[in-house]
Design a protein around this ligand. Structure first.
Ligand SMILES: [Zn+2]
Length: 342
């Protein structure tokens, strides 16, 4: 699948408006119709910001995944929400995030909610931009579930989630989704210590029914919970095995790593399109249009323009909205300038 030259895209999430954050602390004060309205208004805001920036590809900003009950875990049967955080104080990081206990068979009879999100996005988005849906892959999703006697380790939990995610992907394609991202940041974070061939096998079995039926991408970053990375931030351990992912596009984080291992994108481009994170979602330095032009020039040393997409390093959910807006606007403007020069 061929891109328009230097396609501008995003990873799924976008910052929540402040009023949504506030409201999410007081959901018991809202009725079901009020909540539906809140979600819809938040998606309208996220669409507005992305369309104003001029992106080729937009998402719903994952605006409705703001609460346990509305997140993927809320759709899973056989788990009990664990709210106790192992570390309550000190610097914000991933080790403050609670895990959920498995208490029965893992099932998702209602799906994972992504189809309803996509239907809402289709209804609210203007004509023009491509609409992308993002779903976490089973290995990433398994990270917050505690293995037990029935599911003995993280891989057993992953295997139980795999058909659930696969069904969601199939249902998204049936709903008319033409661009799908499977987010597996846990695979990139832990490639340095895990069996990468096993990751590839898990990934390819997850996406098997939708391969060739949509533009499929994988998002691989090094973590962004509360704006922090986890794992060893190196691409080298992922390759060459990850080149066997059955996807049309691979997204890798570059900006926050100051473009370390940038030559790796040439290897990816031999097999598929490459989406490069050229905007740092963790830094409040706002990349200027000229910075963007320079960064795209660097990418073009390794990847032809028709195979290159540019994006932020990760979803923007951990970046303040004012900064996210400016970063996206400058990214799109920089890409536009480069397209003109080509
Ligand atoms: Zn990410």
């Amino acid at each position: 699948m061929i891109n328009p030259f230097i396609r501008t895209t995003v990873i799924g999430s976008y910052p929540f408006p402040s009023w949504l954050e506030f409201a999410s602390q007081h959901f018991d004060h809202f009725g079901t119709a009020d909540l539906a309205e809140l979600q819809e208004d938040a998606v309208i805001a996220a669409i507005h910001d992305q369309v104003s920036a001029g992106l080729d590809v937009i998402t719903d900003g994952e605006q409705s995944r703001f609460d346990f009950n509305l997140s993927f875990y809320g759709y899973l049967e056989g788990i009990r929400q664990e709210t106790a955080s192992p570390r309550k104080w000190g610097p914000p990081a991933h080790d403050q995030r609670g895990k959920h206990e498995i208490i029965g068979e893992l099932r998702a009879p209602r799906g994972l909610g992504a189809v309803a999100e996509f239907e809402r996005l289709k209804r609210l988005a203007p004509a023009g931009p491509i609409l992308k849906a993002s779903v976490p892959g089973p290995y990433t999703l398994s990270g917050r579930l505690i293995p037990n006697a029935g599911y003995k380790d993280r891989y057993a939990v992953t295997e139980a989630l795999l058909p659930i995610v696969r069904k969601e992907l199939e249902d998204l394609v049936k709903a008319g989704c033409t661009e799908l991202s499977v987010d597996e940041p846990s695979m990139s974070c832990y490639a340095y210590r895990e069996d990468t061939k096993r990751f590839v096998d898990i990934f390819n079995r997850t996406v098997a029914p939708v391969v060739g039926k949509c533009r499929l991408s994988v998002h691989l970053c090094f973590g962004n919970y509360k704006g922090h990375a986890v794992g060893k931030r190196r691409l080298a351990p992922m390759f060459p095995d990850f080149l066997d992912f059955k996807v049309n596009e691979m997204h890798v984080e570059m900006a926050n790593r100051e473009f370390a291992e940038i030559d790796m994108i040439a290897r990816i481009a031999e097999k598929m399109n490459v989406a490069v994170g050229i905007v740092d979602v963790k830094s409040y330095y706002i990349e200027t249009v000229e910075d963007i032009v320079e960064r795209i020039k660097l990418c073009l040393k390794y990847v032809p323009a028709e195979k290159l997409s540019v994006a932020p390093d990760c979803g923007l959910s951990q970046t303040a909205r004012w900064a996210a807006k400016q970063k996206l606007a400058n990214m799109v403007e920089g890409a536009r300038k480069m397209r003109e020069r080509l």
